[in-house]
Ligand binder design. Structure first.
Ligand SMILES: [Cu+2]
Length: 237
């Protein structure tokens, strides 16, 4: 066989038969669909792995926080209606807890708005347990019961505003490792309370489960709370 003819034969064997008239219909579509299905399966697998990793990370974090014994013990405060409130009253409920003061110029309003958004997001999902939002003042001198009543209603109808004596507030903030310190008063007697900023999640056993700093969005917090709800097992019974 002459080399040229041989090459031609080889080329014909390797390349698909020329078929300009054949429509590229079902064959190509089926292949594309197969590829897409494979891609989706891989994507779902990857998302599943990521979700599992996230759940494991969250479990380990909850375990570490539990060992740190944050928020252990009870508290004794009063809500914006003047009713006494203890931590045990919230047994069986998920709680989002935030510490601040009503004269706070921007951070506390922002964080409480975010807290309310998280609660609204979770409320909108059928089948999820209710979350109780709580705001504890770090400025009991100015934030008495009526001041708390005026303040909390702007954020969420179910937001509880807790206050108490200076000792009671000191006790609950110590328990949650919340730092606060009142600054010097200005000429009008107004002052700023410097304080740590975090939203705490308590599970239905009343145990400190997670916390969220300022950098976390309402969406991220709601997603984390949802994951905690999905994996929660009561250790009391
Ligand atoms: Cu503040």
């Amino acid at each position: 066989m002459p080399p040229r003819a041989w090459l031609r034969l080889l080329a014909r064997a390797r390349l698909p038969a020329p078929s300009p008239a054949r429509p590229r219909g079902p064959g190509l579509r089926a292949r594309l669909l197969t590829t897409a299905a494979l891609g989706a399966a891989l994507g779902a697998g990857w998302l599943g792995l990521r979700a599992e990793k996230e759940r494991r990370r969250q479990r380990e974090r909850a375990e570490a926080l539990r060992r740190a014994a944050v928020g252990r013990g009870d508290f004794s405060l009063r809500d914006q209606h003047g009713r006494p409130r203890r931590k045990a009253d919230f047994r069986g409920q998920w709680v989002l807890l935030y510490f601040g003061f009503t004269h706070c110029p921007d951070i506390c309003p922002d964080e409480l708005q975010k807290l309310a958004q998280v609660v609204r997001r979770l409320e909108a999902e059928p089948g999820l347990p209710a979350v109780q939002p709580i705001f504890v003042t770090l400025d009991p001198e100015r934030d008495d019961v009526p001041a708390m009543a005026r303040y909390v209603r702007d954020f969420h109808p179910r937001l509880l505003g807790l206050t108490g004596s200076a000792e009671q507030v000191a006790e609950v903030s110590r328990s949650y490792r919340v730092y606060y310190s009142a600054g010097p008063p200005d000429v009008d007697g107004d002052y700023i309370v410097d304080h740590s900023i975090a939203i705490y999640l308590l599970d239905p056993d009343g145990l400190f489960t997670d916390y969220y700093g300022r950098g976390k969005s309402a969406e991220q917090i709601a997603a984390s709370v949802r994951r905690h709800m999905a994996t929660f097992r009561s250790v009391l019974s």
